[in-house]
Ligand binder design. Structure first.
Ligand SMILES: Cc1ncc(COP(=O)(O)O)c(C=O)c1O
Length: 483
């Protein structure tokens, strides 16, 4: 066999390879890898372009050694407060002890993983739990491993139900539903869609605009699916009012259209309720979860459909296998992880915590906004799904910093959120997230276990950064680039 022999980077200790074994790094070598080598291997084998952005923000200098609760610990023993929360995938924090214990027990008992041949008691229990949590007849569950996969499954079940003559999908401006080939067609980003051949049976309307949806449905009877994030994440934490959702439910019922609610980011308790649509007193026809459903330890995703919809799509022996699970859909330890995570969510009142401590965080941010109106434009969202929008300085950066800015990447020039995020990590041991489509928005999605004390630490750090004013924020950033 013509096997490519991998040359270990010079800085890696050589593995004494037995004959024919490529020069593989060991687990210990992976764990102990020096930063310099991590950077190099990222360039050589993962994503050189992405490293460019990590370097701009200073993230390439950090090696995380461990993570527990709401903190990472880096190579220097520095504890970093995590208000990024893996874009919403760390509702239970890092390495929750109950979730770890459930996984360990599963391993110690040598339980089976792949469940393609036999029925899986673990998948059955997880599906039961999800059906018990989901309202009304959202009872039928498909398990997968990523949000994109769950959303693909959501669109497929809806299309099977509607049939080919009513299979067009209506979606929203600035939507993010994933990057796999199908959902990419309704992920509203010219960058992500770059020149791929996409599904063209889609119609775009502004988010939260009921009249635009009505007009679209009335002018095109082939639209059979309305797919929306309940709270737009990638767009920068954008909500629509309760009347919109109630009107949407009514409209979809009138027109025989299915409403697919993407809860990949807003679900699993993040907004203060298990599904964000529960805030509005309405129930979609199909929904999807991922991210925190994996308890911060595994890749788990679920599509949940109303029973009659599922039964029409896949309910008979002849149709059942059209959508059978992928190889790793609903595997053992992943299901156990999610089952324990869901129990922790209710036993520890995490949604109540998200609601009350999230409201506290929002109030503290609004207080900062009133003190720094020239820097903070808006504070929005609910629970632990908050957006902090900074003023756009792209055209109005103070003249003193303009020459220094010339050296920076186009994308960063007006982006206070980039400069502030970088300062928070560099000087204050706090991690925050940026937003795909709006570079002025920082997304705050800390674990649902976050306490008021953690919020106070975050607010004090942000206050300190903002109190320096825009010139200091930018010049400190530029200095850090040179240093
Ligand atoms: C609302 C929403 N839908 C779908 C996805 C895709 O999920 P994944 O990255 O797990 O494929 C994401 C990911 O960020 C998301 O935020």
């Amino acid at each position: 066999m013509d096997r490519k022999l991998v040359e270990a980077p010079a800085i890696a200790p050589e593995v004494s390879a037995s004959a024919g074994k490529p020069n593989l790094l060991s687990v210990d070598q992976a764990v102990d890898m020096p930063l310099e080598q991590m950077n190099q291997l990222f360039v050589d084998h993962l994503n050189p372009g992405q490293l460019h952005f990590m370097k701009l923000l200073g993230f390439h200098k950090v090696k995380i050694e461990s993570a527990e609760g709401v903190f990472y610990t880096d190579q220097n023993g520095r504890k970093i407060l995590d208000f990024f929360g893996g874009f919403g995938s760390l509702s239970f924090g890092h390495n929750h002890p109950r979730i770890l214990a459930a996984r360990k027990k599963f391993q110690d008992q040598k339980r089976h993983e792949i469940a393609m041949a036999f029925l899986s008691q673990y998948a059955a229990a997880l599906a039961h739990n999800l059906a018990a949590i989901a309202p009304q007849d959202l009872d039928m569950v498909f398990l997968g491993s990523s949000g994109s996969e769950a959303m693909e499954a959501a669109l497929k079940v809806a299309e099977r139900y509607q049939g080919p003559k009513k299979s067009k999908i209506l979606f929203a401006e600035n939507a993010f539903h994933g990057k796999t080939k199908g959902v990419l067609s309704i992920t509203d980003s010219a960058l992500y869609q770059s020149q791929f051949n996409l599904v063209d049976d889609v119609v775009k309307v502004p988010f939260g605009d009921l009249e635009a949806i009505r007009t679209a449905l009335e002018s095109d009877p082939e639209i059979g699916i309305v797919c929306l994030e309940t709270i737009q994440g990638g767009a920068g934490i954008i909500e629509a009012p309760a009347e919109f959702w109630q009107g949407l439910r009514k409209l979809c019922d009138e027109k025989g259209v299915l409403w697919v609610a993407d809860e990949v980011q807003s679900g699993t308790g993040r907004s203060g309720k298990f599904f964000a649509f529960e805030h509005y007193g309405v129930v979609p026809d199909v929904t999807a979860l991922a991210k925190s459903l994996g308890g911060g330890k595994t890749a788990m995703a679920a599509m949940i459909a109303r029973k009659p919809i599922y039964m029409k799509a896949y309910g008979k022996p002849a149709t059942a296998l059209i959508h059978g699970p992928a190889t790793f859909g609903g595997i053992g330890e992943a299901c156990i992880t999610s089952i324990e995570a869901l129990n922790v969510m209710y036993d520890d009142d995490l949604m109540e915590n998200a609601e009350s401590v999230g409201a506290y965080l929002k109030a503290q941010l609004q207080d900062l906004q009133s003190r720094y109106p020239k820097l903070i434009k808006d504070v929005r969202g609910r629970g632990f799904m908050l957006g902090l929008e900074f003023q756009d300085f792209s055209k109005t950066m103070p003249t003193v910093v303009r020459p220094a800015l010339a050296m920076l990447d186009e994308k960063l020039k007006g982006s206070l959120s980039g400069f502030i995020g970088s300062a928070l990590l560099r000087d204050h041991d706090v991690l925050v997230a940026f937003t795909e489509y709006n570079r002025n928005v920082v997304r705050l999605q800390p674990p649902l276990i976050t306490t008021r004390e953690n919020v106070d630490q975050f607010i004090a750090a942000l206050d300190k950064v903002l109190s320096g004013g825009v010139v200091k924020i930018v010049t400190d950033f530029v200095k850090s680039q040179r240093g």
